[in-house]
Write a protein that binds this ligand. Structure first.
Ligand SMILES: Nc1ncnc2c1ncn2[C@@H]1O[C@H](COP(=O)(O)OP(=O)(O)O)[C@@H](O)[C@H]1O
Ligand SMILES: [Mg+2]
Length: 240
């Protein structure tokens, strides 16, 4: 098997634009196997755009995105997904007319070599509410339930690396705790996670490493402990 230090995803000098607006100014990011990395930063710092650029949903202007050494910059989103990168967008996206169960089945994809194979029953263990509603049409569920469903559906694609954009936004505290536990279990099962999480306490709890973004760059990278010890950094880049 792989060593702890094996780099799965490597992003080098990534630039991206929306029209003429230059948004990402050279993002560098290395994600090793079994890491949970939080991308922190204020609104507008470029965290979602970084995820979209990695997924090919925003075409990078320049830079490299490699998964296990394979170049993905410029590839189509479905190809990036097939290569082993999963994505849970900020906007929850369910198939409204399909049941919870059917939505979950839509996400199933054979694991790429080295990836954990998840089962639908495990999703129900994390989120008992989804089990209760497994035969309910997804479109009739609450926003929070749809959010859980979107995350579980992406996990059933058995990715090597899962990008999750603000999974706990607007969720009740009990569900936030379930999401945090699910992410911790992804870590235990060897999935590498890149997380955008506005709730600093949650991000610090589930992450092995944190990156702080500011103005389309990574301005700090370190352990959660190193971040909290650096009050000036928190004040400059994270405090609202
Ligand atoms: N579709 C878009 N078109 C134009 N500008 C955008 C678009 N999406 C985001 N932006 C801008 O890009 C910058 C970074 O946004 P984003 O990556 O969403 O930040 P974050 O996720 O860190 O809040 C912001 O200034 C935002 O206004
Ligand atoms: Mg965002």
């Amino acid at each position: 098997m792989s060593t702890a230090a094996e780099t799965l995803l490597q992003v080098d000098d990534l630039h991206a634009h929306y029209g003429k607006s230059h948004i990402l100014h050279g993002v560098n990011l290395k994600v090793a196997r079994n890491e949970v990395i939080s991308l922190l930063g204020r609104n507008g710092s470029g965290r979602s755009t970084t995820m979209k650029a990695v997924m090919g949903l925003v075409t990078p202007t320049s830079g490299r995105i490699q998964l296990q050494g394979r170049e993905l910059a410029g590839a189509r989103p479905y190809a990036i997904c097939r290569a082993g990168i999963g994505y849970v967008p900020e906007e929850r996206e369910v198939f409204a007319n399909l049941t919870v169960d059917e939505n979950l089945r839509m996400g199933e994809q054979p694991p790429v070599p080295g990836a954990h194979r998840w089962r639908i029953e495990e999703m129900f263990d994390y989120f008992p509410r989804l089990k209760e509603r497994r035969n309910t049409k997804a479109g009739s569920m609450s926003g929070g339930e749809q959010q859980m469903l979107t995350m579980c559906r992406s996990l059933l694609g058995n990715p090597l690396v899962l990008l999750i954009d603000e999974p706990t936004e607007g969720l009740a505290p009990k569900i936030v705790a379930q999401v945090a536990e699910c992410i911790r279990d992804m870590h235990r099962k060897g999935v590498s996670v890149v997380l955008v999480e506005q709730k600093l306490a949650i991000a610090l709890k589930v992450s092995t490493r944190v990156c702080v973004m500011g103005h389309g760059r990574i301005v700090f990278e370190g352990t959660p402990q190193e971040l909290t010890a650096n009050e000036q950094l928190v004040a400059e880049w994270l405090a609202v």
